[in-house]
Design a protein around this ligand. Structure first.
Ligand code: NAD
Ligand code: UDX
Length: 483
């Protein structure tokens, strides 16, 4: 392909939108069309209120939209015209049938591949951008070549490593870009075309080229390793609470070892987000399918520890409040799965809130980027429903009655018995905790699931403070949490 390159991306989500916007910005001579089957999503991308909140994204989109970046629902037209087709559709966990609860649901993927085969009239490079099980490229190749009327398709795996909340920064300055392709001359030629796109702004020594299966597996492996660090430090946090060690001091001390490194060692109420759990479950399933039960169990434990951490947090709250939160107002500060995003997929806040609602608490929730409708929907959905929009359950009456969503932290905490910090938003670090304390029921509790408050300062104000993995005050020692 030597003429001007046209790119089309299927799926205008958290990955497709920002990734393509950055490609358009960095490669002004490339025309980029982002297409989606969701009309509402495309309309939002074409409006001033983008469908996702991501620092820096608005500026990038504003600079390129209408010039070389287009958002459209005319999927077939743009696919037919493109030289490179990125597939960035959702690949949720299967909820039914073979592999339910673990395997990746490739329904969206397969229908995208069949559509590409249907409408293509010229050779194309098809790029797996979505996170997929290792060996998916083989299945996609079969679909494309058996339906293609003799057109040449090259499949590349180019997994995305951006994290939400820092997507633009991550895309501008990636640790690496990974491109996997066939080891044939045609495969290598396709790798070069995609490498030339990224080379507009990524130093070539950070563009890694591998075979297809290494690229596909590296994405699952990277997420499994990252999540494993969190479960490891979270497991340590319980031991810290039992012994008087401080998990932040332990993290700092071990992170100084250059072999371990300082990042991703923050103890928390548990990891969330659309990727970690889904990708580990998928990895576990692949191991099981390959007859590797020990390896499967090793990785499964990362998810189990994460679930345990959320349960442990709820148990700590209930047990320290005299074993009942029935009818008590609890303020929930933060609902998104991390700061600087409005995304609530798999957020630990859902499990914590459901646990407290199960004990009949009444919740007052505040998050700077998540609206009431989203919170009510999340609390009435079943596990995994979030990524299966068609199967949405009706709202349960319990959540409507017991949950209120308010527009600031002071309203949430007024007359509350306890405050739970579930997302590390910067604004929660600088709240007027004296004012909050004065307006709360006594004893007033703070349960910090993100280790962002100054424990000594809050205790001085009069709060009973629980902070993950920090030495417990005597209040909690008298009432140990029963898991
Ligand atoms: P998303 O749900 O935000 O977006 C997917 C979009 O694809 C949706 O808007 C959906 O309407 C659209 N879609 C589905 N089928 C389609 C079709 N046939 N044609 C056109 N559009 C179609 O998902 P996401 O968070 O962007 O994730 C996409 C993929 O990237 C997943 O495989 C995920 O695992 C992976 N990933 C996500 C992240 C992240 O931080 N969210 C990071 C790295 C990788
Ligand atoms: C993750 C991967 O980091 C990214 O490379 C991949 O492309 C997609 O999945 P994301 O889920 O967007 O990104 O955010 P991430 O920063 O990884 O955080 C995931 C969860 O782990 C959040 O709930 C976060 O709060 C939690 N976390 C992270 C911790 O609890 N402790 C830490 O030290 C780091």
């Amino acid at each position: 392909i030597s003429k001007m390159v046209k790119i089309c991306c299927l799926g205008a989500g958290y990955v497709g939108g920002p990734t393509m916007a950055v490609i358009a910005l960095k490669c002004p001579e490339i025309e980029v069309a982002v297409v989606d089957i969701s009309v509402a999503r495309i309309n939002a991308w074409n409006s001033d209120a983008l469908p996702i909140y991501e620092p820096g994204l608005d500026e990038v989109v504003k600079q390129c939209r209408g010039k070389n970046l287009f958002f459209s629902t005319d999927v077939e037209k743009h696919v037919a015209e493109a030289d490179i087709v990125f597939v960035s559709v959702n690949t949720p966990t299967k909820t039914q049938g073979l592999g339910a609860g673990k395997a990746a649901d490739l329904t969206y993927w397969e229908s995208a591949a069949r559509m590409i085969a249907d409408v293509a009239k010229s050779s194309k490079i098809v790029v797996e951008k979505s996170t997929v099980p290792v060996k998916t490229a083989e299945a996609i190749e079969k679909i494309l070549t058996h339906n293609s009327k003799g057109i040449d398709f090259q499949i590349l795996s180019n997994p995305e490593f951006l994290a939400e909340g820092t997507a633009i920064q991550d895309l501008f300055n990636p640790d690496r870009v990974l491109i996997g392709g066939r080891e044939t001359p045609e495969g290598q030629k396709a790798i070069k075309v995609l490498r030339d796109v990224y080379a507009h702004w990524v130093p070539v020594d950070r563009i890694i080229c591998t075979n297809l299966w290494s690229a596909e597996l590296s994405k699952l492996a990277a997420n499994a390793f990252l999540a494993q660090r969190i479960s490891s430090v979270n497991a340590m946090s319980e031991l810290c609470e039992a012994t008087g060690a401080d998990v932040s001091q332990v993290s700092h001390a071990i992170g100084k070892d250059t072999r371990i490194g300082p990042k991703f060692l923050n103890a928390s109420v548990g990891f969330g987000g659309s990727c970690f759990q889904k990708d580990i479950l998928n990895l576990v399933y692949i191991c099981e399918c390959n007859g590797l039960p020990e390896v499967a169990n090793y990785w499964k434990q990362v998810v189990k520890v994460n679930d345990y951490q959320k349960t442990r947090f709820v148990n700590r709250i209930v047990s320290s409040m005299f074993n009942t939160v029935s009818g008590k107002k609890i303020a929930i500060l933060g609902f998104a799965f991390k700061k600087d995003t409005g995304d609530t997929r798999e957020t630990p806040a859902i499990d914590v809130c459901k646990g407290l609602l199960g004990d009949k608490a009444s919740l007052s929730i505040y998050d700077p980027q998540v609206n009431e409708e989203q919170i009510q929907r999340d609390l009435s959905m079943k596990k995994f429903d979030w990524d299966h929009p068609v199967e949405l359950q009706p709202m349960s009456p319990i959540s409507i009655k017991q949950v209120s969503v308010v527009c600031d932290a002071y309203a949430a905490t007024k007359d509350a018995h306890g405050v739970c910090i579930l997302t590390e938003w910067d604004e929660f670090k600088t709240l007027d905790y004296q004012r909050i304390y004065d307006n709360m029921q006594k004893p007033a509790y703070v349960f910090d699931g993100r280790n962002i408050v100054d424990v000594a300062k809050l205790r001085k104000i009069g709060f009973v403070v629980y902070s993950i993995g920090k030495p417990l005050d005597s209040w909690f020692k008298a009432m140990p949490a029963v898991a």
